[in-house]
Design a protein around this ligand. Structure first.
Ligand code: CA
Length: 150
């Protein structure tokens, strides 16, 4: 049985977003893409139980990745966040992690490293789970805390 993990990617560079989306979809991920911070924020807030993880670029139009992290954490949203950025100074990494990111990946990066970091986040995040899990005629619906017999 394979379970698809749904990820939200918030990245304003279309080429990079396409590469990430293609690479991840070859593994066990389904990737939604938002091209600016405000759209990404709305996806996250409107689909609270949908995403298992978010990959968020730092520099984004309309709302920065840092601001998204801060707002999510202020709302007690525990979704694991991997921050993408071209900023590699130690102070920037500290800012990113303090804003609520769980991990930090500096551009340019290899897809193999991105995948490894996603696996690591997946291992250690207790909230990383599919929205629904179907076992025969039994469905565990995590989003609604329900067990449904189908
Ligand atoms: Ca950017």
């Amino acid at each position: 049985m394979s379970i698809k993990m749904k990820i939200l990617l918030i990245e304003d560079e279309p080429d990079l977003a396409a590469i990430i989306q293609t690479s991840l979809s070859r593994h066990q991920y389904v990737v939604d893409w938002a091209a600016d911070g405000k759209t990404g924020w709305e996806y996250l807030i409107d689909n609270r139980t949908t995403y298992s993880l978010a990959i968020i670029d730092w520099m984004l139009p309309k709302m920065s990745g840092i601001e998204i992290c801060q707002r999510l954490r202020a709302e007690k949203y525990t979704l694991p966040i991997l921050m993408l950025t071209a900023r590699d100074r130690m102070e920037d990494k500290i800012t990113g992690l303090d804003a609520g990111a769980d991990d930090y990946l500096v551009k340019p990066f290899g897809m193999a490293e991105l995948l490894a970091r996603l696996r690591a986040l997946q291992r250690r995040a207790p909230t990383f789970q599919p929205e629904r899990l179907q076992l025969g005629n039994l469905r565990l619906d995590y989003g609604n805390n329900a067990i449904v017999i189908t």
